[in-house]
Design a protein. Structure first.
Length: 158
């Protein structure tokens, strides 16, 4: 597998963007690591790096301020769709997210959007099931102090 293009698909709001400015730093059959700058200016952070864990259905991003200081790790529950002919991957954000702060505080966010997506049939039953299982896996890793397994992959992109 040699991915050359990354797409990000969002369900709410519905959009699919080519992440043309993201730089792929490393990739293999288990993960893809990228470095990026924000697509749209955001208060509080300007750039980061992400690791797409292909088997776990999780994307972990390390988010930085303009001065290079760490804001937090943002974890998306995602689904992947590969296109061999285009050497691309489309990453669908399944809406449930976990934020892990440097002090260890953690928040689970956007479950209301996940419920809305199910009600409006933007997400399939299979995607919802995958989302909940992958969210449970991520939370269990955090609760068992094994989040460093995800964090370590981002060291090559800092």
């Amino acid at each position: 597998m040699n991915i050359t293009k990354l797409y990000r698909r969002r369900l709410i709001p519905a959009e699919c963007l080519l992440l043309k400015d993201d730089v792929i730093v490393a990739q293999n059959e288990e993960y893809i690591v990228t470095r990026w700058k924000t697509i749209r200016p955001k208060p509080g952070f300007s750039h980061g790096c992400s690791c797409y864990f292909l088997k776990e259905g999780i994307k972990v991003s390390k988010i930085f301020r303009e001065d290079g200081s760490l804001v937090y790790w943002y974890c998306d529950i995602v689904d992947y769709e590969f296109n061999e002919a285009e050497s691309s991957i489309t990453v669908t954000d399944l809406l449930a997210d976990v934020i892990v702060y440097p002090n260890g505080h953690m928040e689970v966010v956007d479950l209301d959007e996940l419920a809305e997506a199910l009600e409006r049939e933007y997400i399939t039953k299979e995607q919802m099931t995958k989302c909940l299982r992958n969210l449970n896996y991520l939370l269990s890793m955090i609760y068992r102090d094994k989040f460093d397994r995800f964090q370590a992959r981002l060291d090559i992109a800092d």
